[in-house]
Each structure stands twice: as C-alpha cells, then as structure tokens.
Design a protein around this ligand. Sequence first.
Ligand code: NAP
Length: 362
Amino acid sequence: MSAVLAEARVRRAAARHDIAVVLFGTGKVGGAFLQLLRTPAAKHLRLVGAANSRHQQTQPGELAERRLREHLNIAGEARDDAALLRALLASNARDKVIVDATASAELAGRHPDWLVHGCHVVTANKALAGGGLAGWCALQAGCVHGARYGDSATVGAGLPALATLRRLHACGDRLTRIEGVFSGSFSYLFNHYDGRQPFSTLLREACALGYTEPDPRADLSGEDVARKLLILARAAGVPLQRADIEVENLVPEILRDVLQTEFLERLDELDAPIATRFAAAAARGHVLRYLARFDADGTARVGLAEVSRDHPAAHLQGADNLFAFTTQRYAQRPLLIQGAGAGPEVTAQALLGDILALTQQA
Ligand SMILES: NC(=O)c1ccc[n+]([C@@H]2O[C@H](COP(=O)([O-])OP(=O)(O)OC[C@H]3O[C@@H](n4cnc5c(N)ncnc54)[C@H](OP(=O)(O)O)[C@@H]3O)[C@@H](O)[C@H]2O)c1
C-alpha cells in the first residue's frame, strides 16, 4: 500500500512540474514545433490540444500520433477555441502555455484574454504585438496576473534581438538607433542582386525556395518589416505607431490590386526601377539593402537604402537578418546581432526556448 501511495506521490509531483501546451497552427513552424516536442529538450512539455484553421484535437492518443499534423489536415474535432482553452485549464500541470504558430489576426486578438486566464502565451504571430498600440498595451495589461508573453519568435526568428533590447532598456541604457535587415526574403534578394540578372528572376527563385509568402507582395510591401520595427521599438520602451513609420512598398502601384496569378505573370515590371536604383548606388560605390531604421528623434523608415560597402548590412549572406543597436553605452559602434532570421526549425526553437525560459525550465 505504501509503495502505491509513494508512486502516486511521485506522479503528482511530476504532474506539478509538467507544462501543458495547446498549439495553434500546424503549418511550417507548428510542424517543426511538433517535431521538437519529441526531443529530450521538451521532456517537461505535454501537448493537450492542437489545431489548424479547420480541425483540432484534444484526445491524448491522437495527440501522441507521429502524424498528428497530417491527420489534422484531413480530419479531427470541429474547431472551437473555447474547447481548447478548457482542455488547457482542466490540466493539472503547473504551467499552462498557448503557442500561436499562425498568422491569424483574429487569434492574436485573443492573446490578452488568454493571459488574463493565467495562461502563458508564446507566439510567432506578430499581428497583435506589431499592430496598433492599443493591442500592445492590452498585452502588457494581461501580463499583470503572473502569466507571461513569449515573443522571441516574432522578430528575427528567435535571434536574441528582443531579449537584448529589453536587457539594455532594463539597465537604463538609452537607445539612439535601431537599424537592420529584418526580413529573410529581402535579405536574400538584395544580398544576391548584382544587376546582371533581372530582379524578377531572383524573386522567382526566392519564391521557389520558400523564402517569400506565396504572394510575394506580402513581403515586398514592407509591412512585415514595419511590424517588426514596431515590436523592437516598443520592447525598448518607445510607444512607436505604424503611422510614425515611412514604409517603402516595392510593388509598383499598378500591380498592388491585381490578382496573385496576374502579379506573378507581371513580375518583370519590377525590374527596371530596381535596376536604376542599383546602378545609381553602384556608381557611388554603394550597395542596396532593404533597411529598417528608427532614430531616437522619432524618425522611422523601412525601405530600400544605399549603404557603403563597409556597412554591416553590406556583408550579409544567404537570407540572414541583422540587428544593430546604438545606445548611450554602445555609442561608438553598434551592438550587432546577426544570423538566420527565418526558417521553421529556428523559429520553432524560439518558441520552445521561450516556453522553457518563462516556466524557468531552461
Ligand atoms: N516560416 C518561417 O520561417 C517563420 C519565421 C518567423 C516567424 N514566422 C511566423 O510564424 C507564423 C506561422 O508561419 P508558418 O510559416 O508556419 O505559416 P503556415 O505554414 O502558413 O502555417 C500557418 C498555420 O496556421 C494555421 N491557422 C491559421 N489560422 C488559424 C486559426 N484561426 N486557428 C488555428 N490555426 C490556424 C493554418 O491552418 P491551415 O493549415 O488549416 O491553413 C496553418 O496550419 C506566422 O505568423 C509567421 O509570420 C514564420
């Protein structure tokens, strides 16, 4: 009898140290996260619910399936966010975490409510944090009851950009400039463009490699980069708004409202304007980069810029991101963070890293 009681005690203790997880989104990032759940690094995590936009699953046997992602694509329970939240709240785990690996603005709008329910939220979805200031403030307000928000995956796919800015801010260092290349697709395009082949050829290549959204206008508009600049500035204590940022959209106006298929057929209309800008930059010994920049005087811009060949952005490779922070204490040369800024594996790792950090398992 005492052995049975002891075993029950051990089980209860183990359950207390569990982290129950509900996953929204089983696409590229969510799929890589499901793979990570099977590794020793995730031994404290227990999946209690998973959903794509059409189906969900809360049955332990189904959730343990290796092909859960594929199963959800064809069948599952009917979608019901409230049922997923109930499954999480019913768990006896010490920590309850909702992982958002979607791009859904509707789902992001629920982040503050989930926090208020005492669930930690860990997200790759930047729709709320990088949207209107009211959404950002709702997130800060939601965190007052002990639940925490993990957003490392929203910027630089988990490169330690946000954590670094927050640490500098907490130490009273005064930010004077944020600058960098925050988009893997723009990085790839302008690291490789040398004026010899048409820009559209490179863009088709980037689409085929999965570096862009299926409709590359989502990347070329610059809005995704602007959202990342908003999140970074806000992490540094600056209440920046979208209206404060000048954003250069690389899609010619005439192509902004056409159907995706027509846009993809007319990509060569992007070639001449980019070639002209490239030639002008080259004549001055410069290169083109799609840069984001915020200065402490409040100026914020996202767009194509000429940079000299000794600028850190001129030496980027592949689809790497670059973050350069100039502060009162990093005044002579900026603090630089550089590396892969996109990709399902590193992004999923950022989600797991946030879960472990905010439940203090790291
Ligand atoms: N891919 C990267 O390298 C990368 C890097 C950094 C950040 N991110 C961010 O990570 C997020 C996911 O990116 P991804 O590349 O994985 O996209 P994806 O492959 O298109 O997957 C998106 C997933 O979200 C699901 N979804 C959409 N609305 C939903 C809802 N209301 N409820 C539940 N699931 C919903 C989709 O379901 P269906 O399958 O039913 O459509 C799909 O499973 C995005 O916010 C993206 O910006 C991605």
